[in-house]
Design a protein around this ligand. Structure first.
Ligand code: AMP
Length: 186
């Protein structure tokens, strides 16, 4: 069956980079909800208008909106055929529960959740260095706090389901990718 993989990790842990490597290696479809929202903002859609201020302040877009976007995307043919790498979703327990339901309705199983683990101090300095427009010091702090409050509980959620693998995200990109590959065994 086509793989369904969730990538967790603090913002700045290297999720995007590692996802790109997995896509290149396995032909799996990368779904980044952050990228989807940024595209909606750039296109000026209704979704983009709703999301922009929330994103700029480092807050979380509502579960209701996010669940709808992801449910639609996961039903598309390319994902049914090639599988999906979810990056940035789920971010809350409500989203994780919805995802579980979507996959059950599709008759498919979650392959694994991978946590790219990088300590808080390290991701803070990485994010300050990357200089993205929404990376103000305040927004970074809010996002990292959101992660600890809303997303870190998902580690437990997936560990309880025997679906969690943890990878040390410190070191060279190639080194981390080798660990990711070893942990996932796709
Ligand atoms: P990211 O590129 O994953 O860091 O996402 C950028 C921003 O988009 C986040 O700081 C949130 O404001 C919003 N966002 C992305 N994915 C989600 C999600 N699953 N739930 C809520 N907000 C999200």
């Amino acid at each position: 069956m086509a793989p369904r993989v969730i990538v967790l990790g603090r913002q700045g842990a290297g999720k995007g980079t590692q996802c790109a490597r997995l896509v290149a290696e396995h032909g799996i479809i990368h779904v980044s909800t952050g990228d989807m929202l940024r595209a909606a903002v750039a296109a000026g859609t209704e979704l983009g208008q709703q999301a922009e201020a929330i994103m700029n302040s480092g807050g979380l877009v509502s579960d209701e909106i996010m669940n709808g976007i992801v449910a639609e995307r996961l039903a598309e043919a390319d994902i049914m055929e090639n599988g999906v790498l979810l990056d940035g979703f789920p971010r809350t327990t409500g989203q994780a529960e919805t995802l579980e339901q979507i996959l059950a309705d599709q008759g498919v199983e979650l392959t694994a959740t991978i946590n790219i683990d990088v300590p808080l101090e390290e991701v803070t300095s990485r994010m300050m260095a990357r200089g993205r427009e929404d990376d103000t010091a305040e927004a970074i702090a809010t996002r990292l706090q959101n992660y600890e409050d809303s997303t870190a509980p998902l580690l437990d959620f997936y560990a309880k389901r025997n679906k969690l693998v943890v990878v040390n995200g410190l070191g060279e990109e190639d080194e981390v990718f080798a660990r990711v590959q070893g942990a996932l065994a796709l």
